[in-house]
Design a protein around this ligand. Structure first.
Ligand SMILES: NC(=O)c1ccc[n+]([C@@H]2O[C@H](COP(=O)([O-])OP(=O)(O)OC[C@H]3O[C@@H](n4cnc5c(N)ncnc54)[C@H](OP(=O)(O)O)[C@@H]3O)[C@@H](O)[C@H]2O)c1
Length: 292
């Protein structure tokens, strides 16, 4: 059956990265860096948001050199400090550019402690920082539509049985640190689904995804000699960036929003990821991050 003419026009409008502007968090290394490089290779303008200026600028120089695209820029962003998150959004908005793709990629695993504003570190960095960043940029994304918000979750989200909202105000207590990580990654899925509901009809579409099990710096806390043995079996960071790039640029998903992806295909998220829990998380996140 042939596609309606209007739909085809919309699909071609959003295909690829050429001439479009993207912001990728945690793009100094790992999957984020490979995603930023992939977007630059396709001709996108790319903002590399990272907490370390030195590492961020090194990544920008390397991406420019490897892709031949000079439209790659560094933005300071520490997701563990909401003042830094707001400053990053303000810095981007002050440039007066459109934003066609926000890739919420940065993440920490097995991390212990609290963010500057007193949230469990993995929840704070992986979810709450991105919640504030996305909302601060949402007006720009909407004005730039069609635009996409891609949030890198994990298949670890399947092991979270729910959210203990009280536990999000204290450091992770589990032995492995994986419980807090799973909850933060469930929050990524819930956030993406609720954002889709809130942006329906605006031209902003949202995607959450599992990148695969990827040999990146995220395993830095796994002790030797387990780590090198584990890494050998994993995907490369370029392979790990494939689903992020698919969600950020493919015309195949231009009409979709709020879904979860794995291996460049839709996959059912955890049954725990209900619209009710998504609405509750959004409400709490909003209350917790409201300016004083
Ligand atoms: N690797 C996997 O197998 C796997 C599997 C499922 C999901 N994921 C998800 O994929 C995403 C990317 O992970 P990766 O594997 O590429 O890990 P990675 O190599 O460790 O990269 C993580 C990135 O997040 C940044 N980051 C950490 N804390 C930050 C903060 N407070 N503010 C700003 N940036 C911060 C890191 O910056 P620094 O370099 O300064 O630390 C780094 O750029 C994460 O969301 C992760 O949960 C990964």
């Amino acid at each position: 059956m042939s596609e309606p003419e209007g739909a085809a026009a919309h699909r071609s409008e959003v295909a690829g990265a050429k001439g479009r502007t993207f912001l990728v968090t945690g793009a100094n290394t790992g999957i984020g860096r490979a995603t930023a490089a992939g977007l630059a290779r396709q001709g996108g303008r790319v903002y590399v948001a990272a907490r370390s200026r030195e590492k961020g600028e090194e990544a920008v120089a390397a991406i420019k050199a490897s892709t031949g695209n000079d439209a790659v820029f560094y933005l300071p962003l520490d997701l563990a400090d909401l003042d830094s998150v707001r400053a990053c959004a303000a810095d981007f908005l002050a440039r007066g550019e459109p934003l066609h793709g926000l890739v919420n990629n940065a993440g920490v695993v097995r991390a212990r402690g609290l963010t500057k504003q007193g949230f469990e570190l993995m929840f704070g960095v992986n979810h709450l920082g991105h919640f504030v960043l996305t909302n601060a940029l949402l007006g720009c994304l909407t004005a730039s539509a069609p635009a996409r918000v891609v949030t890198v979750s994990s298949d670890s989200h399947y092991s979270a049985h729910g959210i203990d909202f009280e536990a999000l105000r204290r450091p992770e207590r589990g032995v492995t640190g994986m419980h807090g990580y799973a909850v933060s990654k469930l929050c990524n899925v819930l956030f993406s689904a609720e954002l889709a509901r809130r942006t329906a009809g605006s031209g902003v579409t949202t995607y959450a995804l599992h990148p695969g099990v990827v040999a990146s710096d995220i395993w830095r806390r796994v002790p030797w000699p387990v780590r090198p043995l584990m890494l050998r079996r994993m995907l490369t960071v370029d392979q790990g960036a494939a689903t992020s790039l698919y969600c950020a640029t493919s015309p195949d998903v231009a009409q979709d929003s709020g879904k979860f992806y794995d291996k460049c295909a839709e996959r059912a998220p955890s049954r725990v990821a209900t619209p009710e829990l998504a609405a509750e998380l959004w409400k709490r996140s909003e209350e917790w991050t409201a300016p004083d």
